[in-house]
Design a protein. Structure first.
Length: 116
């Protein structure tokens, strides 16, 4: 049981990070990012994703009485809000990755060398 206490957080984090890394590598049809930059950005996006999921579950657990007023539609509203948070987080990750690529290209153009 002691092993499960930390693996229930590590396994989803690693799986989501790997999934997002693959997504960020192959989603753009041009200018594919490097694996290290895609991995760093996907790690940051995974942290934000899990934080949004924690906020979602906190909201559902703490405010059950809102359902008395609005009924089951409140649960759908919160669920769709969570979906939009996740979409925004993924898009911000793509923007961060693109600006990282542009910074690397400008750095190579400026000094004539690369970081790699």
């Amino acid at each position: 049981m002691q092993t499960w206490s930390w693996t229930k957080y590590v396994i989803p984090f690693l799986a989501l990070t790997v999934y997002l890394t693959i997504f960020y590598l192959f989603a753009p049809n041009t200018n594919h990012p490097t694996v290290p930059s895609a991995f760093v950005v996907s790690s940051l996006v995974t942290v934000a994703w899990l934080a949004a999921t924690g906020i979602y579950s906190w909201f559902i657990m703490i405010i059950p009485s809102i359902g008395d007023v609005y009924g089951p539609l409140m649960g759908l509203f919160v669920l769709f809000s969570w979906f939009s948070w996740i979409i925004y987080i993924i898009i911000v990750g793509l923007c961060l990755l693109k600006s990282w690529q542009e910074r690397e290209m400008l750095w190579e153009e400026y000094c004539g060398c690369s970081d790699h």
